[in-house]
Design a protein around this ligand. Sequence first.
Ligand SMILES: NC(=O)c1ccc[n+]([C@@H]2O[C@H](COP(=O)([O-])OP(=O)(O)OC[C@H]3O[C@@H](n4cnc5c(N)ncnc54)[C@H](OP(=O)(O)O)[C@@H]3O)[C@@H](O)[C@H]2O)c1
Length: 329
Amino acid sequence: MTANVSDATIRFGIIGPGRAGARFAEGLCGVPGATLTGVWSRNGDRARSYAERFSVPFVAQSLEELLASPIDAVYVATHPDSHAELACAALKAGKHVLCEKPAALNGAQVRRIVETATEHGRLFMEAMKPPFFPLYQRLRAHLAADPIGPVGYVRAGHCDSSRAPDYPLHFTELGGGGIMGIGPYEAFLALDWLGPLIHVQTMGRVSAAGVDTFALFQTEHRNGMAQLHTGLDLLSRGDALICGTTGYVTIHENWWNPVHATVVYGSGRKVELEVPYEHGGFNYETEHFCDLICQGKLESTEISHALSIGMAELLECARAALGVRFPGE
Ligand SMILES: NC(=O)c1ccc[n+]([C@@H]2O[C@H](COP(=O)([O-])OP(=O)(O)OC[C@H]3O[C@@H](n4cnc5c(N)ncnc54)[C@H](OP(=O)(O)O)[C@@H]3O)[C@@H](O)[C@H]2O)c1
């Protein structure tokens, strides 16, 4: 049963205690009024060792047992192939859901999650970190006070060839590929600064396993255009460029965990913004999610349902042009 959370601690259960799950638990130390009370994994040893490492009191033997336990919210940290199924199961059980990015495999799946959340009156939010980082918030406030004019172009890219062959992004059946693994952040940046998507053009390479190992996608939005790239077989810097009519911003690498941005104006004036982050960075989105629960909200204004659907559709279009399809699509 979901507790009255208006002035209570938010109790999380986690599904999928892997790499992201560990960072979520580390971040939770920086979230006042939130605690991790349950964990479920298909692999019992993994769940037990996670519970021991992060002092989680309850190791569920099944998904049903976790969802029947006294938790208010579920953090879904499995691979994208199972996000929709698990998020919907948790929402139907009356739990609020914070789900790792990408929210699901495609736009239709994200729409299904959103419909389920609405039907069951529960909060659903995709765990998209960048907008909650202190630097990103400082940048927004700075540009509101000292603008660069309407933004019309965004460029962001990142390739990481250091991932081992067994890394989940190399597998089609898990919803892998650079577009799905790295692209969600870039889709967010383009949609955040340029508005809704109109059109996507993609070039790239696909592995023998059927996932994109390099992709260059250009997106046209209501307010401008973006050039984005992702890759698993090259190494590239992860900075981002945001151009307005009278100035531009560079968010320095790694831009999705932002700590440093440079704003340059037409006159040559430069403003350096530097704000560190704490507790690994997952804490900021989690704190926002907990605040929404306490306020009785069913949707984030920062990461709205429409934005999650928009990100999923952008990634889906980028994949489609390369012929990257997942089982069941
Ligand atoms: N926000 C960030 O900075 C960040 C960073 C890394 C990853 N991520 C995101 O987090 C998600 C997970 O990535 P990861 O790197 O953490 O993967 P990971 O280390 O492989 O962990 C995935 C976990 O999910 C479990 N799992 C997989 N499929 C499942 C299913 N169908 N049912 C139940 N459990 C399942 C796995 O457990 P068993 O296979 O042992 O059952 C494992 O515990 C991805 O969506 C990724 O994009 C986000």
